[in-house]
Write a protein of this length. Structure first.
Lengths: 293, 382
């Protein structure tokens, strides 16, 4: 059972981490707590479902469609909400409150057009072969999902660390003013960040929908709560923190089910989170709060 | 010329409106039409409206037509109370159907009881709803009556010796299903290898299923609604668990075959209604529903459809005086003796006792049909 539960935790953790990456990225760079990130997650799942059902696209193409659609949604989000609020120097809470509205609107739109009922991907398109590796049983689909989640995380980490783009983005997260003085196109980078964050959220939505066979309008809500917890645990705005935090939460959840009892799952998962925060209030990788000049 | 036209139109309008006011019986329905529970509230609405079309189409109630006022209670307690108050005090309905979830019924039914208005649940199966008072009726059969039958038949046919239990612990419906299963398992002396839970909105059940698999049961007892139950079936089959599942009322829906297509075999459920039940009344209901909505009905639609017919039967035997308070009481007095054979088979009411032991509301008396799924359909087990 242990090996199987580790696999369960890794596949869940990959999705949590992917979701939290986008969430923390937008916080780190734009300084916005994007409460519509859960809705983007949901939108990704529905976009992929529509691509498979209506356009008869293969799964991988559907994942790309989902990332495209949520990427566009991220662009609109920045254009319509974040950018105007930035130029007007709106107080901190304004963009956060606005994203609550965006989340409700998106959920209602999807509920109106797809219905409130649960949907799923047609079973014909999902690879169902079960592979047995020693004590572990895993479907081909699950393997692909884990692979895809890690590939996306890898690309993002590499991009942030090595590329010019990533360096500029990190500079921006440090101080938008200084970055602007160094010749970084601040507005453009804000927009790109919003797009990347949104498409990561969308990608995690498709992956969990494929993995669990459940697509419904309110699926983003529990995920958002977990995302917030993960990001706080990892340290607000910290990329490594989001990654580790995602896996921490997944392992805490899975192992509390396995060894303590499923009734205690959320109590153990969030309780251990609480303990970590008591010891390190700034999160695993967060820096102590400091005033930025 | 124009003046004459307006005058005639006004006369016609006036006659029509007073005619409507005089010849209509207003009935309210508070159902979840948006939000998570809309997947249950929507078929309920369709079932009620389908029956209404039958009743009004064949002359109504002693010459009067029934008007159905449907309000959205969003599957939330607070909203159910608000909507109940609106229908009772503002729209002045004769009686109410709803609400969709047992959770909401616990909160809103006392409102109707306190002002002596019949509230008729078509989907509330949790314990204790009808103990609220003698104006509370339901035709949804409680799980306390059905689950022991399902378990007994499944145990007999599969020869199971021990089971694992999985249920949703943050919902009054699935929790009360669990309590009933637990009691039935004790009565039948079937040991439980492990008891696992999940929460509403969960999507990943693999940790629980892995643990259940390791505990080596002969079957899995599942108290869940389709939204979580179907993914549980799929994920179990993906994890190589081929054991029988024994489900509650929530798993009796053809939607299982959409959401768990090709992974749905070997699920045992009991219910007063089955899409496969060949009784004439049921076939007629299914055909009419398919024609009206181009969809297969589920148990929620079937029970709502029957509920409207049961009320119509009672209304036919009630002399309506036109005085709202008196008529509400007359309808209450006529309901308990009403019998009806509809989509869910022969039906009558049985009075239950309240918390203090006093006679309270009315539950359904119906025989359960036990079914097992095979090749994406239910097969009735005799």
């Amino acid at each position: 059972m242990l090996a199987q539960q580790i696999v369960n935790a890794i596949s869940l953790g990959g999705v949590y981490a992917l979701f939290a990456l986008g969430f923390t990225l937008i916080f780190g760079v734009l300084n916005v707590l994007n409460l519509a990130h859960g809705a983007l997650f949901m939108l990704g799942a529905y976009a992929a479902l529509a691509a498979v059902v209506f356009l008869q696209l293969p799964l991988l193409a559907a994942v790309l469609v989902a990332m495209l659609v949520t990427g566009i949604a991220g662009w609109i989000l920045d254009k319509v909400i974040f950018a105007p609020l930035r130029t007007r120097r709106a107080p901190h809470l304004a963009p956060m409150i606005a994203t609550i509205g965006v989340a409700i609107t998106m959920t209602s739109l999807v509920e109106g057009s797809f219905g409130a009922e649960n949907l799923r991907f047609p079973p014909e398109v999902l690879p169902t072969e079960i592979l047995t590796l020693g004590p572990v049983q895993i479907t081909q689909l699950e393997l692909k999902i884990i692979f895809l989640a890690f590939a996306l995380m890898g690309v993002l980490l590499w991009g942030l660390k090595k590329s010019r783009f990533g360096r500029a983005l990190r500079a921006l997260a440090e101080s938008p003013k200084a970055a602007a003085l160094m010749g970084v196109d601040v507005e453009g980078f804000f927009r790109v960040t919003s797009i990347i964050a949104a498409l990561l959220g969308g990608a995690s939505g498709v992956l969990i929908a494929l993995n669990t066979n459940a697509v419904f309008p309110h699926m983003g809500q529990p995920m958002l709560h977990k995302g917030i917890a993960v990001v706080i645990l990892g340290g607000m705005g910290d990329i490594r923190g989001a990654l580790l935090g995602g896996f921490f939460l997944a392992f805490a959840e899975v192992f509390s089910v396995a060894y303590i009892g499923s009734t205690m799952r959320d109590a153990v998962a969030f309780g251990s989170l609480f303990v970590v925060l008591l010891l390190r209030p700034q999160g695993l990788f967060g820096h102590a709060a400091q005033r930025r000049a | 010329m124009r003046l004459v036209e307006i005058f005639i139109a006004a006369i016609i309008g006036l006659v029509y409106m007073t005619g409507l006011a005089a010849a209509q019986i207003k009935i309210g329905a508070a159902e979840a039409l948006t939000g998570n529970a809309a997947q249950y509230g929507t078929p309920i609405r369709k079932g009620l409206e389908l029956a209404l079309r039958d009743i009004n189409g064949s002359g109504g109630i002693n010459g009067q037509k029934i008007e159905l006022l449907v309000e959205d209670e969003q599957g939330k307690k607070e909203e159910a109370i608000t909507v109940f108050k609106k229908l009772i005090f503002q729209d002045k309905v004769l009686m109410l159907f709803g609400p969709t979830l047992s959770n909401s019924a616990q909160a809103s039914d006392p409102v109707a009881q306190s002002v002596k208005v019949v509230v008729f649940g078509t989907s509330n199966t949790a314990d204790g709803i009808t103990s609220i008072g003698n104006y509370v009726f339901r035709n949804s059969v409680t799980e306390a009556d059905i689950l022991p039958v399902t378990l007994r038949v499944a145990a007999h046919k599969t020869g199971l010796k021990k089971v694992a239990v999985l249920y949703g612990n943050d919902d009054i419906f699935t929790k009360s299903g669990y309590d009933n299963f637990k009691k039935a398992l004790q009565d039948l002396k079937i040991p439980v290898t492990t008891t696992e839970t999940f929460a509403k909105g969960d999507v990943d059940f693999k940790p629980q299923l892995t643990k259940i698999k390791a505990s080596n049961p002969d079957a899995i007892v599942l108290s869940a609604l389709v939204a979580e139950g179907a993914p549980i079936l799929v994920q179990a089959r993906q994890a190589g668990i081929t054991l029988p599942f024994i489900g509650g009322n929530g798993m009796n829906s053809p939607r299982v075959f959409e959401l768990a297509k090709d992974s749905s075999d070997n699920l045992w459920v009991g219910s007063p209604w089955s899409v496969e039940n060949p009784a004439a009344e049921n076939k007629q209901f299914i055909a009419a529903y398919r024609k009206a909505y181009a969809a297969v009905p589920d148990q929620f639609a079937a029970q709502a459809y029957d509920a409207m017919h049961i009320v119509a039967q009672a209304l036919k035997k009630t002399k309506l005086s036109g005085k709202l308070e008196a008529d509400r009481i007359s309808l209450r007095d006529a309901l308990p003796a009403t019998q009806w054979t509809g989509a869910t088979g022969p039906f009558k009411f049985r009075q239950v006792r309240g918390r203090a032991g006093k006679p309270a509301g009315y539950d359904a008396v119906q025989t359960a049909i036990v079914m097992m799924t095979k090749d994406n359909r239910y097969v009735i087990q005799k």
